[in-house]
Design a protein around this ligand. Structure first.
Ligand code: PLP
Length: 415
């Protein structure tokens, strides 16, 4: 287990988190290289070794050290913006290792991606298809496209992270996907490779994926019967992690990954299969390290106020997400309360009504599962500088992979 108590103090791969706090300050994100490697090795064995293409959804965490590590295992990247495209390029991914997803893309983004000859665009609407056709024509290129199909499957997860229901903004109806594939010749600068779906995130059961595979089998059979052939199917991301016990192994939480891969090969193996996982690769490889500024009581309520806030981890405020709270010191008595930050919003809370270890002023608090959608969703609200990201490598050395933003850097953006 990369994060564990040693002599009653929480360590990451042998490094005392208090030493990291002293060296780099708080708040800070700490990532375990050992844990990142374990996650990617599991996915490689289950998916890549079976012939799937795995593209890491870098929106989960776009730290270049992590991106380069994943690339070394043969993963590509799933990007959603020009910024992510530039970061992928910076990390050495070439066009053939990049796919561009997202519900809307600007002309500048399409042009940049066309110039880089990325593997494919995931297209979600007619207006985007028409724009891409026009830009590809100007660029004198043929753009690879997977149409994003909205299969109306309930992923049984939080409504804010379910994306494959027909009332969601994502994807196209099966009728529209069929229509565009049949009309492929009207888009001479587009190569229609196949279909993409992403039904949601933090999915902890295999059934929604089995439903998706079955749906796609029937849909592609009916396309074939209508004379339409495709070559690629992308099943999206969405594999969940254990937020209650973040230090549990990936396969304890998602023992069903193998059965999803098997089922997909069985039913859709004649296509080039893709997945685009984000969270499962990074969430539990990271923690957020914070310091307690003090305790207070208000209206019979106990608050622990820390130096981290929704600016470092917005998930609890955004979708009531649960993140486990640990004390640096093992064996503290439990006390019910809220963990809140200094940001001037009532929603600025990281845990509510929680039985958690008792904290004293200056204690270190460790917030679990902060490897995904934490730093990448970070903001500078209240002019709080972005926090540093530290990787503890397998040799037990710390590497500052993103420095803390300086006040000068923030101020220099203004004229
Ligand atoms: C299109 C697409 N693919 C992949 C992902 C990654 O999802 P997850 O981090 O749940 O694996 C997302 C997440 O929003 C997405 O929208």
């Amino acid at each position: 287990m990369p994060f564990k108590y040693v002599d009653k103090l929480l360590h990451c791969d042998g490094v005392n988190l208090a030493d990291i706090a002293e060296q780099y300050g708080t708040p800070a994100y700490i990532y375990s290289e050992r844990s990142l490697r374990r996650n990617v090795e599991v996915l490689k064995e289950i998916f890549i070794d079976r012939g799937f293409k795995v593209s890491y959804a870098m929106k989960a965490n776009s730290n270049p050290t992590i991106l380069k590590l994943f690339r070394s295992y043969g993963l590509g990247v799933d990007i959603v913006s020009a910024g992510e495209l530039q970061m992928a390029k910076h990390c050495g991914f070439d066009g053939a290792e990049i796919n561009f997803a997202g519900v809307g893309k600007t002309i500048e983004e399409l042009d940049l991606a066309l110039a880089l000859e990325i593997d494919h665009f995931n297209v979600e609407s007619r207006f985007e298809l028409e724009l891409l056709e026009a830009r590809a024509k100007i660029a004198g290129k043929k753009a690879g496209v997977l149409l994003r199909l909205n299969p109306d499957i309930d992923p049984q997860t939080h409504p804010h992270i379910s994306t494959g229901l027909k009332q969601n903004k994502f994807g196209m109806s099966p009728e529209n996907v069929r229509y565009f594939l049949t009309e492929a010749k009207s888009y001479p600068h587009i190569q229609f490779d196949g279909i993409h779906c992403h039904i949601g995130s933090q999915i902890l059961q295999p059934q929604p994926f089995f439903d998706l595979i079955e749906y796609l089998e029937q849909f592609t059979d009916s396309l074939k019967a209508g004379g339409v052939d495709i070559t690629h199917i992308d099943l999206g991301g969405g594999f969940g992690v254990n937020y209650e016990d973040p230090f549990e192994d990936i396969l304890e939480t998602t023992p069903f990954l193998e059965s999803i891969a098997q089922r997909a090969m069985e039913k859709l193996g004649k296509y080039q299969l893709h997945i685009q996982p984000g969270r499962v690769l990074v969430a539990n490889a990271g923690v957020l390290l914070a310091q307690v500024l003090g305790n207070k009581e208000n209206g019979g309520h106990h608050f622990v106020i820390i130096d981290a806030a929704t600016t470092e981890l917005i998930r609890p405020a955004l979708y009531d997400a649960y993140h486990a709270i640990f004390s640096h010191r093992e064996g503290r008595p439990l006390r019910m309360g809220d963990v809140v930050g200094p940001v001037c919003e009532s929603s600025d809370a990281l845990a509510k009504h929680r039985d958690m270890p008792e904290f004293e002023k200056d204690d270190l608090m460790i917030i679990g599962s902060a490897g995904a959608y934490a730093s990448s969703m970070g903001s500078t609200y209240n002019l709080r500088p972005l926090s540093p990201e530290i990787v503890v490598n397998v040799g037990g050395e710390t590497q500052l992979t993103r420095k803390r933003q300086s006040f000068d850097e923030m101020i220099s953006l203004y004229s």
